[in-house]
Each structure stands twice: as structure tokens, then as C-alpha cells.
Design a protein around this ligand. Structure first.
Ligand SMILES: [Zn+2]
Length: 266
């Protein structure tokens, strides 16, 4: 099926920020050339909502998991329910998971435990992990290295080329969000220039971090265009080349994004 377009590989459309104008947001995404969405859960209820929404939307898929900042609040039953939910046919990834040493809502040791748990689940189900990393390069790369699950580094933010190198060697894809377009993001843009074309992805992480020139507004999937345009500029290729490349990469990383029922694409 050829309905190639942009893929927002990380959207939180389940967030209450979208309660009022959900349908308009989806229509604007389609008009902006967004062909697929990956709706990413951050706790049990948002993961359930992601699966439910993916089913409704048809051209969206879901990822289920518990965000490192929320891991301390989650119960054993929540983790078991995530594992059950992960069997749903709409689920294309496990997460978001990872480590966040910038915020301390969850003690680092508990975060590492939860991250390992998600990596094992991803391994078992042969799904990619969707990895959040904030100021935890060292521990993220060593935990990832202990598992065979592949994955995506979502909203890439590190400025350490050695970390990037290591994660590329481990087979990871690198997803850039609106932060790439920020005026002061020179270091991040130079990191993007180091990622091989066949490993690049784009995302919004909406409703957060709207790209320039929408910075400060509520973010939404249509704005992934601005990040793709910025990436094209950094790499010195056309916008269309980025659309084509990130589409191919998204399907490679999330193969079942391809299988969207024909009648539900439009
Ligand atoms: Zn996120």
C-alpha cells in the first residue's frame, strides 16, 4: 500500500490537552501530510487509552509502558496489566520507558528496575522499546546493551557523540523532536548530522515541546513537519527526501505500521 507520508513516532494524543478538539487535530495532521502516528502511553490508563484510540483512528498504532518518572507510583498490578495490554494487535512498541535523572520523582534504582522490566517485555514480544533518556546516557546504554530488544531513542537530547555512537552500534534508531528546531540547539543539530540517514525518525512528543515557529503553543502531530524541515536543512537534502527516508525507517522499526486497513486510511 502506498500512502507514504510523515510518521509522528511519538504522540500523546491521550493527554487531556486534546480532549476538546481531537478530531480537528487529526484532520490537521492529515492535511500536513502525516500518514501514521504512534501513540505512546506513559502509565496504565494512558497506555489503555493509546490502544483504544489507535483502534478508533485506524492509521495510528500504540505503544504501552510506564514512564520512568511515574514508575514509583505504579503498582505491581499496573505492570502486569501493561504486559497483558502489550498483546493487543494495535501495539507496535514497548514504552515509554528509560531513565530520567533530571527529575527525581522516582529513585534511580527503581527507574533502572522498571527499565529492565520493559526491556525484557520488549524482548519477549519482539517489539522495539521506546526509550526516554534525560541525563542518563551511561546507564541507558549499559541497560540497553544487556538486552537483545531493539528500539528508538525518543526525543534525542544527548550532546555526547560517544553515547550516540554506542547506541547506533546497538542498532537503535534516533528520533528527533521539536527541540531540534530551537534557536539555541546548535549542539543537538550537530548530533543529528552524525546520525546515518537510515536511522533517523521524527516525532512531536505532543502536547509538549512544540517546534519553532510554534514554540510555546500546544504541540500537535501536524507540527512534525517543522522538525522534518529542520532535519532536511541540517542534512542538506530536500524535504521530500526526509519524508521518504523517515517513512521507510518508521516501517522498518515498526513493521506493522504498514498494515493499516485500506478503508480506514483516508
Ligand atoms: Zn513522551
Amino acid at each position: 500500500m502506498t500512502s507514504q507520508g510523515l510518521v509522528d513516532t511519538h504522540a500523546h494524543l491521550m493527554d487531556p490537552a486534546f480532549d476538546a478538539d481531537h478530531d480537528e487535530v487529526l484532520a490537521r495532521a492529515r492535511n500536513a501530510g502525516v500518514a501514521r502516528l504512534v501513540l505512546v502511553g506513559y502509565d496504565l490508563s494512558s497506555s489503555r487509552a493509546a490502544v483504544h484510540l489507535a483502534r478508533q483512528i485506524g492509521w495510528a498504532r500504540a505503544a504501552v509502558g510506564i514512564h520512568p518518572n511515574l514508575a514509583a507510583e505504579a503498582s505491581g498490578a499496573d505492570f502486569r496489566a501493561i504486559a497483558e495490554l502489550a498483546d493487543a494487535p494495535e501495539v507496535v512498541g514497548i514504552g515509554e520507558t528509560g531513565l530520567d535523572y533530571y527529575r527525581d520523582n522516582t529513585p534511580p534504582e527503581r527507574q533502572r528496575e522498571a527499565f529492565n522490566w520493559h526491556m525484557q517485555l520488549a524482548e519477549q514480544l519482539e517489539l522495539p522499546a521506546i526509550v526516554h533518556n534525560r541525563q542518563a546516557d551511561e546507564d541507558v546504554s549499559s541497560i540497553v546493551a544487556e538486552h537483545t530488544a531493539g528500539g528508538v531513542l525518543h526525543c534525542f537530547s544527548s550532546d555526547d557523540p560517544r553515547y550516540l555512537e554506542r547506541m547506533l552500534e546497538l542498532g537503535y534508531f534516533v528520533s528527533f523532536a521539536g527541540t531540534l528546531t530551537f534557536k539555541n540547539a546548535t549542539a543537538l543539530r550537530s548530533m543529528a548530522a552524525r546520525v546515518p540517514l537510515e536511522r533517523l525518525l521524527v516525532e512531536t512528543d505532543c502536547p509538549y515541546l512544540a517546534p519553532s515557529p510554534r514554540r510555546g503553543q500546544r504541540n500537535e502531530p501536524a507540527f512534525v513537519r517543522h522538525t522534518a524541515a529542520c532535519l532536511a536543512e541540517i542534512l542538506g537534502v530536500s524535504f521530500d527526501a526526509i519524508v521518504e527516508r523517515t517513512w521507510t525507517n518508521s516501517l522498518e522499526r515498526f513493521p506493522s505500521l504498514r498494515d493499516v486497513p485500506r478503508e480506514r486510511v483516508a
